[in-house]
Ligand binder design. Structure first.
Ligand code: ARG
Length: 278
């Protein structure tokens, strides 16, 4: 008899990745540049380091390479490495931060790339918070705007990286970066929280990804979408249980991590992880 039940999820094949991370040695919440940050609420830097170390070890256990950049005193958000560079096929587009408190981070990362053999490093002229707002799918660069990255930085990224860019409009200040509203699971599949996007951008996402995993308000509220996929393993905040179930149904392996201390700054696993694509 023919099995007419739902088709089995495709086999998901991981690929080895290379990540750049920055230990949260100087992590604090001492200014407020997003609604998650409350400088009056105490932060346990030791616990942040522990959680970050567990995240790094998770990547290593999955067979990925992790490179490190030295943390700099006075730059408490430098742990969020994803905001400091977009690397596609060895080409590096640096960052330009909206908040003056984070501006100096961009130059430290630029120097890291130069010191590590990257010759093709371009610093943007428009505000560009890198992988915070840019998500490379393997064929498209999904690009968020609305709170941080300047829409004109999208055209700049297209020109510098030579890849097609799809602009998406973010509308909810809690989801101020694309990487807290959407995650690329594999080249043809994303998960996202529809309410974080404008009506037009929702239509674009529906058209590009009719089978996308739709995250719930609870998935989004624990920064569950700030996840990192290697094509099979999806590292995501432990609280995102519904999202974990949904990605498992699509054949992915959810890998929960506790990143609660960094969430006090509005960050999760992905924010801590800049992907280097050589
Ligand atoms: N406190 C940081 C900021 O508001 C958090 C950045 C999180 N990074 C990210 N890729 N979403 O800039």
């Amino acid at each position: 008899m023919l099995d007419v039940a739902a088709p089995a999820a495709p086999a998901r094949v991981p690929t080895a990745r290379r990540y750049l991370m920055c230990e949260p040695e100087h992590f604090t919440v001492e200014y407020r540049i997003n609604p998650w940050m409350d400088p009056s609420r105490p932060v346990d830097t030791g616990l942040a380091v522990e959680q970050w170390t567990a995240l790094k070890e998770t990547y290593e256990r999955l067979g990925h390479r992790v490179d490190l950049i030295d943390p700099v005193p006075g730059l408490p958000d430098m742990v969020f490495a994803a905001n400091s560079g977009t690397v596609v096929e060895g080409r590096v587009l640096g960052a330009r931060f909206r908040a003056p408190q984070r501006a100096a981070e961009a130059e430290h990362f630029r120097r890291w790339f130069l010191a590590n053999g990257y010759r093709d490093v371009v610093m943007p002229s428009r505000i560009n918070e890198a992988e915070g707002d840019f998500a490379w799918t393997g064929s498209l660069l999904l690009a968020g705007t609305g709170f941080r990255t300047d829409p004109q930085a999208h055209a700049e990224a297209q020109e510098v990286l030579g890849v097609p860019v799809v602009s998406l409009q973010l509308v909810d200040p809690r989801y101020y970066h694309l990487d807290v509203a959407l995650v690329v699971l594999s080249e043809d599949l994303v998960a996202y929280y529809p309410e974080a996007f404008s009506p037009g951008s929702r239509r674009v996402l529906r058209r590009l990804y009719p089978d996308a995993v739709l995250a719930t308000a609870d998935d989004a509220a624990c920064l569950g979408l700030n996840a990192v996929s290697d094509g099979r393993n999806v590292v995501l905040p432990v609280e995102a249980t519904h999202l974990a179930e949904q990605v498992a149904r699509r054949g992915f392996e959810p890998i929960p991590v506790d990143i609660s201390e960094l969430r006090k700054s509005g960050g999760g696993p992905k924010c801590c992880t800049l992907e280097i694509r050589d």
